[in-house]
Design a binder for this molecule. Structure first.
Ligand code: NDP
Ligand code: 8X3
Length: 250
């Protein structure tokens, strides 16, 4: 029987590419996100390949998170794989001039949202003594770069939660691992720079950045390992990137 994967942040970038590759490989897919039009379009595309169900919620809304997950129809209610991917950076400012709303957004989405979704799904994995949680961190989970302060803190928290989940869920045979990408050309920088596409485009100029499909391919590899193999922590950067601040550009 094919496995069911729930992917948060499936309406664009890494989450969307992950839904596409898993659908091609016969996983049943639960798409999560806020943008209804994009979700409907993706559901239509993937329904040609596999069974797909869409859940519209904001990960910051803990009641909506638990209600939506509890509302899943029986065919989708057993979640084998949770991919905690929803997240973003908001702003790139020194700590002394950072915007409080940006800070709230990053902590509420990247950290608390990930916790709310996990909390709604972990009990059924414990009950079955089986399940796989993949947390999408970042190179910003491993190092701090200028003006990255709160985004880096939120991703360091993801790294800590990934380790904490793996430890606490160890008695229940649940796989937990993180994937930490470097710069991936998605809508990430457009969101970070609040729609300033010129500034966003510059982030990926002069070198070959990772694409969402590169990370999706790795996620597919991770979930398709034999069950006794858990890829616990994986950092991936484009060849041109050596660290958060060192990128070889033309
Ligand atoms: P995108 O901006 O392309 O995708 C972000 C996704 O998160 C969207 O589907 C968006 O959906 C969803 N999302 C954002 N806020 C919320 C919310 N409040 N509630 C529910 N869903 C939300 O960026 P990426 O694909 O690049 O980012 C995916 C993950 O990868 C993030 O955790 C990011 O931090 C991480 N990452 C990205 C890197 C990069 O360079 N791009 C590098 C390292 C890590 P919607 O708006 O429809 O809700
Ligand atoms: C995103 C990586 O370095 O663009 O998590 O902030 S970076």
């Amino acid at each position: 029987m094919s496995k069911t994967a729930l992917i948060t942040g499936a309406t664009s970038g890494i989450g969307k590419a992950t839904a596409q590759i898993l659908a091609k490989n016969n996983y049943k897919i639960i798409l999560c996100g806020r943008r209804e039009d994009r979700m409907a379009e993706l559901e239509k595309e993937l329904s040609q390949l596999t069974a797909v169900h869409s859940l519209l919620f904001d990960v910051r809304d803990k009641q909506a998170v638990s209600d939506c997950i509890a509302s899943l129809p029986e065919a989708f209610s057993k979640i084998d794989i949770l991919i905690n991917n929803a997240g973003n950076a908001h702003g790139l400012d020194p700590i002394q001039t950072g915007d409080l709303d940006d800070w709230d957004a990053m902590i509420d989405i990247n950290v608390k949202g990930l916790l709310y979704v996990s909390k709604a799904i972990i009990p059924q994995m414990i009950e079955r003594k089986s399940g796989h949680i993949i947390n999408i961190g970042s190179t910003a989970a491993k190092e701090v770069y200028p003006n990255g302060n709160v985004y880096c803190a939120s991703k360091h928290a993801v790294d800590a939660l990934n380790q904490g989940m793996r430890i606490d869920l160890n008695p229940f045979n649940i796989r937990v691992g993180a994937i930490h990408p470097g710069m991936v050309e998605t809508e990430f920088s457009e969101v970070r720079f609040k729609g300033d596409t010129d500034r966003a485009d510059k982030v990926y100029q002069g070198f070959t950045p990772l694409q969402a499909e590169d990370i999706a391919d790795i996620i597919h590899f991770v979930v398709s390992r034999p069950y006794h193999v858990n890829i616990a922590d994986l950092v991936v950067m484009s060849t041109a990137q050596a660290s958060s601040t060192i990128v070889k550009r033309d």
